[in-house]
Design a protein around this ligand. Structure first.
Ligand code: NAP
Length: 336
């Protein structure tokens, strides 16, 4: 079989190589991949940003969807022919993550999925929602589960509340779509008026261009009649967190999931105390969260927003696209 790998910490050294098809052991399944979606972390992992002590070569990819091709001894959850999607953290099954082992993720430190076949723990996969293609389902394990966990596991979002989503990447567009079907009012931000037009088509109630309005927190607050939004999904980090807090009502939630702007921020403690809000952080979610989300997807029929699909042989171009600020997800088709 073929797989993509790097033999040194450098995304430019990505190479397509022949490798033996792996065999599933007890409680493991062999999955024939249909599609793999990319996340910015895949690139960071290949560049050694998550440490440089992993076994080389590294196979990238944290999000895969395909069909069970063989099962190992004692497998109970799946049979050959089932359509499955990988779990980002295959040992984190429910509740809050408690140990380092539970938080281990595919595509560093665990082997990635950018290959024709991979072996997964049977516990580390979920059934693919039947209405989604492999290309669509491959976008779920990180971006969609992160959006779901932020809104429903952390913020306990309710219908009628107001949610602010930042930018038009994979996590934010899922959050917009999921929040809308759950009855929220959504304010979306973007650096581009053209993209804001597209998020309105996806259901955003209000939009703000954060380049034209560097004080977008105050603009968002004004859009709620001065009260503030209930929940902000912050993908930018850095000083944008101040704007997120400015946008949020007393007692509201800011969930920081990303660092697209900067990995550091400072907060004025007194106004933050008086605001009595919560800043949460989050790293994707559990299998239980994924399965709950899939039930919601089945009933709402949300279709993931895909910026562009690439052929398996064009994986290098797909990685380059990560730097261009995609609108939604980038997907590599493993089978044509
Ligand atoms: N903690 C977790 O569990 C978790 C899970 C997934 C992702 N993440 C992190 O969350 C972030 C977003 O992930 P993603 O997959 O959605 O990324 P993505 O698809 O690459 O998102 C890119 C988009 O983000 C927007 N953006 C870029 N810089 C921004 C800024 N300074 N302020 C506001 N928006 C900005 C841009 O939208 P516009 O062009 O419309 O402005 C850009 O198109 C990344 O840092 C990623 O590493 C964390």
């Amino acid at each position: 079989m073929l797989r993509w790998q790097v033999s040194q910490y450098d995304v430019k050294s990505l190479a397509l190589v022949e490798a033996p098809t792996p065999e599933p052991g007890p409680h493991q399944i062999l999955v024939k991949l249909g599609a793999v979606s990319l996340n910015y972390r895949d690139k960071l992992a290949l560049e050694g940003e998550f440490g440089r002590n992993h076994e080389l070569p590294i196979v990238p990819g944290s999000d895969g969807s395909g069909t069970v091709a063989a099962v190992g001894d004692s497998v109970q959850r799946f049979k050959v022919g089932d359509r499955v999607t990988s779990l980002f953290a295959p040992h984190w099954l429910y509740g809050k993550v408690r140990t380092q082992a539970e938080s281990a993720m595919l595509g560093v430190p665990l082997p990635g999925v950018l290959a024709e076949y991979v072996v997964l723990e049977e516990a580390g996969a979920v059934f693919t929602p039947a209405y989604l293609s492999d290309v669509e389902a491959s976008t779920l394990p990180i971006a969609a589960v992160t959006a779901w966990s932020a809104l429903f596991e952390r913020c306990k979002m309710l219908p009628g509340e107001t949610v602010l989503v930042q930018g038009t990447g994979g996590v934010s567009l899922f959050a917009l779509q999921i929040a809308k079907v759950a009855g929220a009012t959504v304010i979306a931000t973007s650096s581009s008026d053209e993209k804001l037009k597209r998020v309105r088509e996806l259901g955003a109630d209000e939009t703000i261009n954060y380049h034209k309005n560097p004080d977008w927190g105050a603009v968002a607050r004004a859009l709620t009649g001065g009260v503030g939004v209930d929940h902000v999904l912050d993908v930018a980090g850095g000083e944008s967190v101040r704007q997120s807090l400015e946008a949020t009502r007393i007692g509201g939630n800011v969930v920081i999931v990303g660092l697209l702007q900067s990995p550091r921020f400072t907060v004025d403690i007194l106004p933050f105390i008086l605001q009595q809000g919560a800043i949460h952080t989050l790293s994707v979610g559990s299998r239980d969260a994924f399965e709950k989300m899939n039930r919601a997807l089945e009933s709402s029929r949300i279709r993931p927003v895909i910026d562009r699909e690439y052929a398996f042989s064009d994986a290098v171009k797909a990685f380059q696209h990560l730097d261009e600020g995609p609108f939604g997800k980038i997907v590599i088709r493993v089978q044509d």
